[in-house]
Each structure stands twice: as structure tokens, then as C-alpha cells.
Write a protein that binds this ligand. Sequence first.
Ligand SMILES: [Zn+2]
Length: 155
Amino acid sequence: MKCPKCNHNHSRVIDSRQSEDAHAIRRRRECESCRYRFTTFEKVEKIPLLVIKKDNSREEFSREKLLRGLIRSAEKRPVTSEQMENMVDIVERRVHELGETEITSAQIGEFMMEELVNLDEIAYIRFASVYRQFKDMTVFLSELEDIVKRVKKGD
Ligand SMILES: [Zn+2]
């Protein structure tokens, strides 16, 4: 980081703290040459993530939209809002871990289903029937069988 006063290349960090909203690190620096003090901010670069929809149109990834879909699927089910928030957090993290700038809505749906199946079977089936539309009835039935087996085993 060049000194804004003398352009010297080296500065020393004399203080480092989180900004009030915790989205940035504020560093107080001192130029090693002229001792001029200045402040820098370090932020996570936010690359907008686009979701490719079925018709190939794009829209910005929305955590709120995932949560709304989940709330709808989990209606009248014993799933707490905290569990839903946590699940959306996990899915959001998995999406970002791909490191891509675009992701298909189908891929997000798969992530949601993988998490939701462990949370609540009924909510999972509701969600899956919307997301995957279960065009193929045999796929749907075999998934149901898997769920029923798991419920019977009691886990
Ligand atoms: Zn300087």
C-alpha cells in the first residue's frame, strides 16, 4: 500500500479493527519513510451471483427468495425459523463455494433438497415437487420409497 504522501511502498499497520457493520477491516497505517499516517479498508469483494432460470433468463441470487420457498414448503411443519435460516445459510455457503458467477436454479434446488431431506420429509416432498416438477413419476416414487424406508428406520 503506497503512502499517499510520499509514495513509499512500505507501511506499518499500527491498528486494525472491524468497521461498525463488521463488513470491513479498518487499518491504521504509518508510512515507514515519512511516518505519515493513513487509513485503509479491507472488504470482501462481492461478485454478484446470477441465477440461470429454466427459460435461460438471469436474475440476481436472492437468499430471501430461497427462504420464502422454504417457508412455503415447511408450512404447518415442526420446523423452526432458526432451522430454516440455518439451512438457507448452508445452501448459500455451498453456492458461493462453487466460486462461479452463474448457477442454475436447478443446482440451487438440488442443494436445497439435499439439506431439506434431513430436516423434514414432508417439507422436502413439497419443495421437490415444485422445484423438480416431478415430470418422471417413477423418480418421484423411488424417492418416496427412500424416505419411507428412512422414516421406518427411525433416523
Ligand atoms: Zn510516506
